[in-house]
Design a protein around this ligand. Sequence first.
Ligand code: PMV
Length: 327
Amino acid sequence: MRAASQAQPNIALVKYWGKRDAALNLPVVGSISITLESLWTRTDVRFVPGHKEDRVSLNGRSDEAEGKRIKACLNLLRERAGVDYGAEVASRNNFPTAAGLASSASGFAALVHAGARALGLDLSLAEQSVLARRCSGSAARSLFGGYVEWAHGTLADGTDSVARPLLDAEAWPLRVAVAITSTAAKQVGSTEGMRRTAETSPYQSAWIDTQETDLGVARDAIRERDFDALARIAEYSCLKMHALALAAQPGLLYWNGATVECMHRVRALRQQGVPVFFTVDAGPQVKAVCAPSAIEQVKAALRDVAGVLDVLDTALGEGARAIVPEA
Ligand code: PMV
């Protein structure tokens, strides 16, 4: 009753922001993402018949808030398997947790992938994506590698709000430089941020109304490997999401000074003909997506920005997969 899995974070190019059903984590809009390669979560899950309690360790420590979400996710798996055994979960990330780097996406994708196997559940990746979505929305996308679309869906039970792969990583091997501008945990989590936005931002309906068009443009750009078109739609979607959140009351300002300066640097590079664009999630880090030939130049430019603490570099990677449990 033990299994281990690895999953990587994903970064949305057409963003998800807003829930139409908070309990089921159903989004108000579809979204498109890329799955990363060298940042990972590795999670080991063991169910122990007779045990009532769950024991959870994250990066070697217990974390009460995340522990609660992990237990809720384990409950979904137990419900599916019809058992009530307690679990021992050990999960670690090789990158900073809870700083806008989608650690919850890789974390819950790895947890569902390992937990389902530990319970002997024979679930397709699509079924795992639905379960992962209920634990953390963007986790639905990390089951798959490369370019991924998470559908808005139309069913009330959410079974069609699921991710699917659009294109393999090797078919268009872009690179991503991640400028870390702060390692502090964010002040307003995405769930609270989305709730506040939906209740107070005057741009909410415009956001929802324009998303289908953006998704179509991004799908076409990915199918045609059209870098300039992808760059335009991704920066547009990112800035539109932040404009929506900035207009909430009180406004959600996820950027610091270095975040903004990194965005300027990326645009200056692109004006010089370097194939690169930025995207920023609900945190201060800047992800610069570029052609493989540009990665060193992009990293050097970001490292040069005052306030940038570190620049990570990753290719695009695969979806969740089984790994050998550590001793
Ligand atoms: O799934 P969550 O609750 O981590 O929210 C993700 C929201 C963004 O990262 C800002 C956008 C996205 O599509 O990933």
